[in-house]
Design a protein around this ligand. Structure first.
Ligand code: SF4
Length: 225
């Protein structure tokens, strides 16, 4: 997407997106993962009342839930929404809670994509923490991207590298996710996240052993009744 926001510093582009381009029609979607504090901090510096959406799949690490609460309080975020899956879809598709093993794409659809799509109703854009350095489908990420849901995704950290991430944490004295020190480079649902230690591929512990690298919120939607 050709746009001047693709070539300005992250904070300036994000401020423009929140206060001007998509004012009142934009939300941050955050996993409160190992690098989420950066965009959460940027958003809090621009507008503490911006909607922040956290997808509580009911499979989250307790440490992630505690980190969510800690960052929310520290940053003074006033509009954080923790979304849970629809109970009737869980009963229909995942009655024995083994869907993540048998059909992880459908599991992600009912636990993540469907609640997200409902929450973003009326929004024009959503902010993510994705980076090119995460590789795979993210290798050519732009600041602004057409999303899979007919909205725009805003990716302020698209071009950031590990050194910039470390510097931002240090400069702003942001706490790290409690599982990072235990070897989790990337943190998602408990079932689908492994420790990887210090590897080049931070997301190697996500859906390890499966031909799956994305949870689905950034992909075309599955048809789920
Ligand atoms: S990451 Fe795993 S447990 Fe979480 S929603 Fe997706 S398949 Fe289910």
């Amino acid at each position: 997407m050709l746009d001047f926001l693709n070539s300005v510093p992250a904070e300036i582009g994000l401020e423009n997106a929140i206060l001007k381009r998509f004012a009142g029609k934009i939300a941050l979607v955050s996993a409160f993962g190992t690098e989420s504090a950066i965009v959460l901090h940027m958003v809090a510096s621009i507008d503490r009342s911006l909607p922040v959406i956290f997808l509580d799949t009911l499979k989250m690490f307790p440490e992630t839930l505690a980190y969510r609460d800690d960052l929310t309080a520290r940053l003074g975020l006033t509009n954080v929404h923790s979304l849970r899956p629809d109970a009737s879809q869980l009963a229909a598709y995942d009655p024995d809670e083994k869907l993540w093993q048998n059909d992880p794409d459908t599991c992600c659809a009912i636990r993540k994509s469907n609640p997200l799509d409902a929450a973003l109703n009326g929004m024009q854009a959503w902010i993510t923490g994705r980076k090119r350095s995460q590789g795979g489908a993210r290798a050519n990420l732009q600041f602004l991207e057409p999303g899979p849901d007919n909205r725009v995704t805003v990716n302020p950290l698209a071009l950031w590298d590990d050194a910039q991430i470390a510097t931002y944490f240090e400069t702003h004295n942001l706490p790290r996710h409690p599982l990072q020190a235990q070897g989790y480079a990337s943190v998602g649902c408990m079932n689908c996240t492994l420790r990887t230690g210090e590897t080049a591929d931070k997301r190697a512990g996500r859906w390890a052993g499966l031909n799956k690298t994305e949870c689905g919120i950034h992909l075309p939607r599955l048809a789920i009744a």
